[in-house]
Write a protein that binds this ligand. Structure first.
Ligand SMILES: Cc1ncc(COP(=O)(O)O)c(C=O)c1O
Length: 459
């Protein structure tokens, strides 16, 4: 019999509800400036109420609206692919599967949440959305979603990525988005950052401040802010990835032993992993690994604290692993992984020991990405290469142990607009930057006086 390389779902087999992990875990609440838990109405200048309701919901299953499903069907269900060529190249007995999230129009998993966020804003009567973007995948995804719902979109793109990836800006413009480099002179947060360092490469923390500031200062009340990762409702929307993967694996009688995803703010990782974390809480044996750069090692080196999600402290204090809200990560090519914090839900699971994070260095990251491109064909986003480096490590371990492990990972995006990163690798300019303990201690002084989150256990 001919061996199947891909497992498909029909459109009518697509999940019709998202999985909400808040039904199964306990969380420290976000805290406002007075040190008390934030109430939903305090968030109304920033987000529309329908999304705030999702942010705080503890319902296990939440319906995906029909108009959202209709747009997701442009590229979903995404195939589950067996990476046979990669397995062969590694000579491993492990079976390697991935969800191919690079097939969306912008090229990554990001539209899985951009589409519902644009939809809920539109439903609430909002006309304009502001946001930040690292590598440009999120800004492209939100521009695409806003185009489909007839909304305006303004994007603050982190300076270093703006310069490294000029065609991301063209892509956003094609979908009608207005993208500018951050820090910018348009906001107080941007001007302050430029005054501190006129040559700063920028950071997601600064770009988030700029986008929030612009949204809340629109006196017409018709602008809101949108975040591409970190928040509970973003993780929720991404669970369509893991829910599809589960159905696809069931179809071929498989179940993963190891699940791997790269983690910047945590959304592609959570999207694949959370439906399986549900099983792990209920007794399944699975190793679940978020992977981050050693240059920005939030989960593997930083402490679990209360910290702001942005540099200008416009966001509440969030319970998360953090390198400090003013930390400017080294200018590595994976713009989407240059974030000082981590999703509170992912942080909570790491703190409970349900996830086992790892960090990888830039050279092994590109070696793995190039091996994947030369075997599976798709040129991965540099962020995805972090997951691939750990897939290679796990496949080699399976070979040493002679075990036929099932590895499932998230191919979070393609790298067709990240080719300067590959050129840089071929020119020998990719360095193995590792954040020093001294730099981490220095950056961490900023949250020394914040309240401390409690150690909690899942329900
Ligand atoms: C392709 C790709 N993968 C991963 C990430 C990291 O973000 P997250 O951790 O929210 O998935 C990004 C963010 O921009 C991205 O573009």
């Amino acid at each position: 019999m001919m061996e199947q390389r891909k497992v498909f779902l029909r459109e009518d087999e697509m999940p019709r509800q998202w999985y909400n992990i808040l039904a199964d875990i306990n969380m420290n609440p976000p805290l406002g400036p007075d040190g008390n838990p934030v109430t939903p109405d305090q968030l109304t200048p920033v987000f529309p109420m329908n999304l705030i309701e999702q942010e705080v919901s503890t319902e296990r299953w939440i319906d995906i609206p029909e108009p959202v499903l209709d747009i997701l069907k442009i590229w979903r269900p995404a195939p589950l692919v067996r990476a046979r060529n990669l397995e062969k190249a590694l000579g491993t007995p492990a079976k390697i599967y991935f969800k191919n999230e690079s097939l969306s129009p912008p090229g990554s998993h990001k539209p899985n949440t951009a589409v519902p966020q644009a939809y809920y804003n539109k439903e609430f009567g909002i006309k304009r959305i502001t946001t930040e973007t690292g590598a440009g995948q999120w800004g492209s995804a939100l521009s695409f979603a806003c185009a489909l719902f007839g909304l305006e979109c303004k994007i603050y793109m982190v300076r270093v990525s703006f310069d490294q990836k000029p065609y991301r800006k063209s892509m956003m413009a094609t979908w009608g988005g207005n993208c500018i480099a951050s820090p910018s002179p348009d906001t107080k947060a941007g001007r302050d950052a430029l005054e501190r360092n006129p040559n700063t490469p920028g950071s997601l923390g600064i770009a988030i401040s700029e986008a929030i500031e612009e949204a809340v200062s629109d006196e017409s009340g018709q602008t809101r802010y949108s975040l591409g990762s970190v928040l509970n409702h973003v993780m929720l929307h991404q669970t369509i990835i893991g829910l599809e993967a589960k159905k696809q694996m069931e179809k071929i009688g498989e179940y993963p032993d190891v699940i791997i995803g790269c983690a910047g703010g945590g959304s592609n990782f959570a999207g694949l992993a959370f439906p399986f974390v549900h099983d792990k809480i209920n007794g399944k044996q699975i190793e679940i690994i978020p992977v981050e750069p050693a240059a920005c090692p939030t989960l593997t080196k930083a402490p679990f604290v209360y910290d702001h999600g942005d540099t200008a402290k416009y966001t509440p204090l969030l319970p998360m692993y953090s390198l400090g809200h003013a930390f400017v990560p080294p200018p590595i090519h994976s713009g989407g992984l240059r974030y000082h914090g981590m999703a509170p839900t992912v942080s909570q699971l790491v703190n409970e020991g349900l996830l086992t994070p790892r960090s990888v260095r830039q050279q092994e990251v590109f070696e793995a990405g190039i091996l994947a491109a030369r075997t599976e064909g798709i040129i991965p986003a540099p962020e995805t290469n972090h997951a691939l480096a750990t897939v290679v490590e796990e496949a080699n371990k399976a070979k040493e142990e002679g075990k036929e492990k099932v590895i499932l990972f998230n191919w979070s995006g393609h790298g067709l607009l990240d080719l300067t990163a590959y050129d840089s690798y071929f020119a020998g300019n990719i360095k193995n930057i590792v954040l020093s303990d001294e730099a981490m201690t220095e950056a961490g002084k900023i949250y020394a006086n914040h309240p401390k989150p409690q150690s909690l256990k899942s329900k």
